[in-house]
Structure formats: C-alpha cells, structure tokens
Design a protein around this ligand. Structure first.
Ligand code: BES
Ligand code: MN
Ligand code: ZN
Length: 495
C-alpha cells in the first residue's frame, strides 16, 4: 500500500474513490467536513440532524456520490473529541477507517485528519501509523487455499497534510514494519507440514538473496553436536525433521561495530514430546515458531529501511515430536554453556533450544540480545493477549523496549525476575531443572534463560499471548515485529 502525502486545498474538487472525513462528538463538523458541506447544500449536516451519525468514536457512515463534490464517496468517521486522543484510540480509529474502505472494495482513498491530535505524538507518528495499520490490514492468507476468496487490497491512501521529511521517513518506517509483520504472519500461518525447520532455513536464505546487506548461514545438527548444543539437540531427538540453527547477519554499519542480537524460538510444531499435549487446540502449536517468524520479519524490515547498524539473528528451529528416540522426562542433558539440565517436562522445550542459541550469541559480543518466544501458556494467564511480557537483566534495557512497544502500538509489560524465584528451578540431578512448577510459570521460564545470559545485556519477550490468535479468529498477528523494529530504529538514531 502506497501512502502519498499531499496538501489538499480544495477537497471538493479532488477526484478520489473516497474522502475520509472526521465528524466530532455532538455532530460537530471538522474543518474539511464544513468545507464539503458548504459545497453540496449541507448533506452532511442533515445526515447528522437525522441521527445517522453522531460523531462518537469509531462510528462510520459511507455516503455515495453527492453533487458539488468530485469524489465518488465520502466516509464520515466519528472521532469523538478529536483532541488529545490516546495512541490506542487513534490506532483503533485508523483501523476502523481502513477496514471500512476495504469492506467496500475501495482501493484508493484520501484521508483527512484535521481537528485530530494525539496525546504525546506528532503528525509524523500519525502518518507512520497510517502506513503501518494499512499495510497490516493488507494481508491475506491464500497459500494453501485452492479457491482463495477475492478481496481487493487497498492500493493507495493519500494523507492530506503539509508533506515534509519527517513525515516521509515515518511513512517509510511504517511501511517497512507492516511488511515485516506480514512476513511473520505468513510464516506463522503456514502449516507445520510445510513450515518445517528446513523451510524456515530456506526462507532465511531467500531473504538474504533479496538484500545484499543480509547474509544467511545454516548450522546443521552435526555442527551443533560439535559445538556442544546438547540441550537444543535433545528437543529434536524425537522427530525425523532435522533441526537448523539459522544465523543471519545484517550489516548496515561499519564492520567493526558490535551487533544487536535477536534470538527466535522456532519450534515449527510443538506436540509436547513425550510430555504430550492434550489433543484439543494442539493444531495451534504450529504457531510455536512465531518468535522466529518475528525475528525474520524484523530483519526484512531493517534491511528494507537500510538502518545504519549491525544486527545478527539467530533462530533455533526444530520440531518437538515423541518418537522412539525422543528425550524422556528425567533425562539429563548438557547445554553448550556446560550447565546440565534435568528435563522434567519435554513440553518445556522452548527454553531448551533457546539456551544454546543464547550461548551461541555470546560469540558476536552483542550490544544487546533480545530473545523472542512463544514460551509459556502462563504468560497468557498473567497478561492476557494484549501485552507481550518483557524480562531483562537490565531495568534500563527493559524500559527501552517498553517505550519501543508504546511507540509502535505493539505493547508490552515489564515483569519481575527476582532472585527469589530462582530456587523453583533447583534440581537434585542436574545444575538446573527445565520447569519451575505451577506458580509464576512465565517468570520461572525467564529465570531459566537468565542462567545462560549473565554475560550479556539481555531481554526476553514471551509472546505466547500476542503473536497469534486462536479460536474463530485464528491467525498470526505479526507481533512483536513493531516493537523490535522500533527498538532498532531508536538505537540507530542514538548511534
Ligand atoms: N509452546 C508452548 C507455550 C505456549 C502455550 C505457546 C500456549 C502458545 C500458546 C511451550 O513450549 C509449552 O508447552 N510450555 C509449557 C511449559 C510447562 C511445561 C512448564 C506450558 O506453558 O504449559
Ligand atoms: Mn512445549
Ligand atoms: Zn513450545
């Protein structure tokens, strides 16, 4: 979707499939609504009088061609008070407007946001959100449908404004984030029989083929064994699909500059292993690679934007199945760090692949490391599906990620990871157990990872609740590509 920034002096004369025009609470007309109303003998005023639209948040009314106005339609958009809207409110409003356009098969529209302001955000932020939300909505899953439903995409949104450099770069960022989210959604939605570890590896290679700043290298199981990745390998022991450790490097800055590292959980299907999951909703465990997908999507976004920094992505891709060679509860494995782990539950496999990937990340001497994982069901109990959980060994780092989430509309919450929780991971037969009991399950999962990241500025995002939806609206969301990309944008501006 293209976003065109343009000053529009005479909205009545504009040829467009649709003009999107704000109406404020108590039926007050925005500036552009007033202008249009004058040109067509007060159609808008009379619709308001009749009660067809009152101006409340997210009300819509689509008016077909009216005399005196060149555009084919007007979409009246209720914007409430209009002033100092919260970022979440305007995101919802933009979502409503763009969705209504889509539902009416309008592919090219002009958006007026006069009389609208957002608390703490400038017009650049709003322009970026238009590009982001529009691009996000322009995703359709079709890959495994023999007769995909035809639904046209929005081709172009013209945003009425005084264009400048800041607005233009915000639009570029918003577009890149949306594209990255769509990369993540597609990988997430693909079924486990297509999206295997081998498939993820080939997609990472394909991405590197698209940008000369990106390179991809695959570490095979034999090499993993040489590296001592006994923990990662214990997860893939029960499947015929070979595990892959995918290493992608993005070079946007000087060679010697230390990279930021992103580490993704890429379990392409999580049956639970010998600690088998119940059958209902087990299909949703094809989404257990959404952390990895978001890392790939973020790499695509930063390559697209040509961010001036270095980033390394490490994806631990494996399938968790229970064949005759599978790891059993009670087995003890040795991680690449040398620490031994008692596998009390083979369904706590995410941390087992991540710990070795995190140890591997050390060799890049990263400025920061963020791992992203659909790690626990417990995080959904704690935070629901609106916020990703942030854990970190640096409160300042956690705060930076929290801000990046607020900024991109991809929100997260900082969780505690106090030492008091650590004894839940004590084991009689190894240095650490892979589960910490029923209490604070997302926290003890983070505590587990913290044992492997002491030498780095590290954060962990538990995205089990945010990266996909189950049930009737089943589908990947593309989160937390927004948060991750925004964090890297912010870092590139500091440098
Ligand atoms: N992939 C799951 C976590 C998950 C659950 C993701 C629901 C998305 C939605 C993870 O590997 C897992 O099975 N975790 C266990 C941990 C437990 C055995 C300590 C869980 O959450 O039940
Ligand atoms: Mn599991
Ligand atoms: Zn899992």
């Amino acid at each position: 979707m293209d976003v065109v920034l343009k000053a529009i002096a005479n909205p009545e004369a504009l040829r467009s499939q649709c003009l999107v025009v704000p109406i404020l609470s108590e039926g007050k007309l925005s500036k552009v609504a007033k202008t249009l109303d004058k040109m067509n003998g007060s159609v808008i005023q009379s619709l308001i009088k009749r009660g067809d639209i009152k101006g409340g948040l997210n009300e819509t009314l689509l008016i077909p061609a009216v005399s005196g106005i060149a555009a084919e339609r007007i979409l009246l958009l209720g914007c409430g008070e209009g002033k100092k809207l919260s970022p979440a409110t305007i995101r919802k409003l933009l979502g409503t407007a763009l969705r209504t356009l889509g539902q009416n098969e309008i592919t090219d529209a002009t958006l007026f946001l006069d009389n609208i302001s957002v608390a703490g955000k400038d017009s650049g932020w709003i322009a970026g959100q238009v590009a982001l939300i529009g691009g996000d909505q322009n995703y359709r899953y079709t890959r495994t449908l023999s007769h995909p439903r035809k639904s046209p995409l929005i081709k172009r949104i013209t945003l009425a404004c005084e264009p400048n450099k800041i607005l233009r770069s915000a639009v570029t960022e918003g577009k890149a984030i949306a594209n990255g989210m769509n990369v993540a959604k597609e990988l997430g939605n693909l079924p486990g029989n297509i999206c295997t570890p081998t498939y993820l590896a080939s997609e990472a290679k394909a991405l590197a083929g698209q940008y000369k700043t990106l390179t991809t290298r695959i570490i095979e199981e034999k090499k993993m064994a040489e590296l001592g990745m006994g923990s990662l390998l214990s997860v893939t022991a029960g499947t015929d699909q070979p595990a892959k450790l995918i290493v992608m490097e993005y070079k946007g800055a000087a060679k010697g500059q230390e990279p930021h590292a992103l580490v993704g959980k890429g379990i392409t299907f999580d049956s639970g292993g010998i600690s088998l999951k119940p059958g209902s909703k087990m299909d949703e465990m094809k989404y257990d690679m959404c952390g990895a997908a978001s890392v790939l999507g973020t790499m695509a976004a930063i390559a697209e934007m040509k961010l001036p920094l270095n980033v390394v992505a490490i994806i631990a891709a494996a399938e968790n199945l229970p064949n005759g060679s599978a790891t059993k509860p009670g087995d003890v494995v040795t991680s690449m760090s040398g620490q031994t782990i008692e596998v009390l539950n083979t369904d706590a496999e995410g941390r087992l692949v991540l710990c070795d990937a995190l140890t591997y990340a050390e060799r890049f001497k990263p400025k920061s490391v963020i791992d992203v994982a659909t790690l626990t069901g417990a995080v959904i109990v704690a935070l629901g599906r609106h916020a990703s959980a942030i854990y970190s060994n640096s409160d300042a780092f956690a705060a930076e990620l929290l801000n990046a989430g607020e900024d991109s509309g991809d929100r997260a919450w900082h969780m505690p990871m106090w030492d008091e929780y650590q004894p839940q991971l004590d084991s009689k037969f190894a240095d650490i157990a892979n589960i910490g009991g029923p209490e604070g399950g997302s926290i003890t999962a983070a505590c587990f990872l913290s044992r492997f990241t002491k030498k780095m500025r590290w954060a962990h995002l538990d995205v089990a609740g945010t990266s996909f939806h189950g049930g009737a609206n089943k589908g990947a969301t593309g989160r937390p590509v927004g948060l991750l990309t925004q964090y890297l944008i912010n870092q590139s501006k500091l440098a």
